[in-house]
Design a protein around this ligand. Structure first.
Ligand SMILES: NC(=O)c1ccc[n+]([C@@H]2O[C@H](COP(=O)([O-])OP(=O)(O)OC[C@H]3O[C@@H](n4cnc5c(N)ncnc54)[C@H](O)[C@@H]3O)[C@@H](O)[C@H]2O)c1
Ligand SMILES: [Zn+2]
Ligand SMILES: [Zn+2]
Length: 371
């Protein structure tokens, strides 16, 4: 048992407060990780703002990296001291989807319950009441006990904040392009919303050899960053005039519209734009997550008549144990400049301010650094 500081919300929709919690030792199949960095992803903000119903009290954070401090019985203690990135969807490795290699669809992940495999949590308040860990990893804490299948060793030379971003935004965005959609070289690609996830889609489109990469955002600063990362065209969207954005995307792409449109915001309006911008045969890849219960609409006749497609992309179809080291290698080789996404480093106590900036669209990726 040790004391750790962690950012807790009492329930979805409530602000975070940094508390000193008690963390139990790892049990069989579990790993104690001292956190080094945790990115601030919009999915944390969805919970913080009550867009998604989640149980509480819970330590937020799911884009994390750290160092292995201890392992539970049955695991090899030689891994102590290894730097790791954490997967926010710990696969059970036994269910039908895991057996098929589709771990991002695991049916038995403890992450669904924000607890360990046995359904209990290793975190508690000073009064002994349990505290959950978001997606079983709750990375806005100085240390966590997590399922062993969530712990992915990183190659030497990967900075903690880069490893953290590989844990969500990079795998989600790059993987949506290269794994979920398998974008062929020479394609035209548009990305609507170039925050941390959308910028990763842009990097993925560069890796895939896309011919044109059209970045779309309301923020001029984000578009400048997208251009630095390899976008060939940029469109400053006016949220009040969605039809103009669709026209601008189609014009920039030529040939009736882009082969692929990635939506990386998660609003019904921008999902509709992604679908409306497609030419016949085009594919809309939905990456952004809406509030629970929201519907998106599109006109059915031209969609069917034009043989268009819509696909959802969860976690960039990541098999973390395989893909995280690949993305890390691509970073080390200079082909995936993950560090360029980071525009602010902050202590855990400034998390609410980071959420304010993210909500206002003022940040690309902010990263909490631990001592
Ligand atoms: N599918 C997955 O597995 C997965 C994983 C991680 C995150 N997500 C989701 O992806 C989404 C994006 O996450 P993020 O961390 O990059 O968020 P973010 O807030 O950093 O990025 C959103 C971007 O959209 C822009 N934007 C907002 N409204 C717009 C509009 N009307 N037109 C054009 N641009 C607009 C903002 O300026 C911002 O740059 C969130 O919904 C998040 O929950 C999905
Ligand atoms: Zn995320
Ligand atoms: Zn499984």
């Amino acid at each position: 048992m040790r004391e750790v500081r962690g950012a807790v919300i009492e329930a979805a929709g409530r602000p975070t407060a940094v508390e000193t919690l008690l963390l139990d030792d790892p049990r069989p199949g579990e790993v104690l990780v001292r956190m080094t960095a945790s990115g601030v992803c919009h999915s944390d903000l969805h919970v913080r703002d009550g867009d998604w119903d989640r149980p509480g009290p819970i330590v937020l954070g799911h884009e994390g990296a750290g160092v292995i401090e201890a392992v539970g019985a049955g695991l090899d203690p030689a891994v102590v001291g290894r730097p790791v990135a954490l997967s926010w969807y710990a696969p059970c490795l036994r269910c039908r989807e895991c057996q098929r290699g589709r771990q991002w669809l695991c049916l038995g992940s403890p992450s669904l319950r924000h607890a360990q495999a046995d359904g209990t949590t290793r975190l508690q308040r000073q009064d002994g009441s349990p505290v959950l860990a978001y997606l079983s990893i709750g990375t806005f804490a100085e240390a966590q006990v997590v399922p062993a299948s969530a712990v992915i060793p990183m190659p030497d030379g990967v900075p903690p904040e880069v490893a953290a971003l590989i844990g969500c935004g990079v795998s989600t965005g790059v993987g949506a392009v290269v794994k979920t959609a398998e974008v062929p070289a020479g394609s035209t690609v548009a990305v609507i919303g170039v925050g941390g996830v959308g910028l990763s889609c842009v990097m993925g489109a560069v890796l895939a050899g896309a011919r044109r990469i059209i970045a779309v955002d309301v923020s001029r600063a984000k578009l400048d960053l997208a251009a630095d990362l390899g976008a060939t065209d940029w469109i400053q969207a006016d949220a009040a005039n969605p039809a103009a954005t669709v026209d601008a995307i189609r014009t920039a792409a030529g040939d009736g519209g882009p082969d692929f449109v990635f939506e990386a915001i998660g609003t019904p309006a921008t999902i509709a734009q992604a679908i409306a911008a497609l030419p016949p045969g085009g594919t809309a890849v939905l990456v952004g997550l809406t509030r629970f219960g929201e519907l998106a609409a599109f006109e059915a006749f031209p969609f069917v008549d034009g043989g268009r497609r819509i696909t959802g992309s969860n976690y960039g179809s990541a098999v973390a144990a395989v893909d995280f080291p690949r993305y890390a290698d691509a970073y080390l080789a200079g082909r995936l400049p993950v560090d360029r996404l980071i525009d602010r480093r902050l202590p855990l106590d400034d998390l609410e301010d980071a959420f304010d900036r993210l909500r206002a669209g003022q940040a690309a990726r902010q990263v909490v650094l631990f001592e």
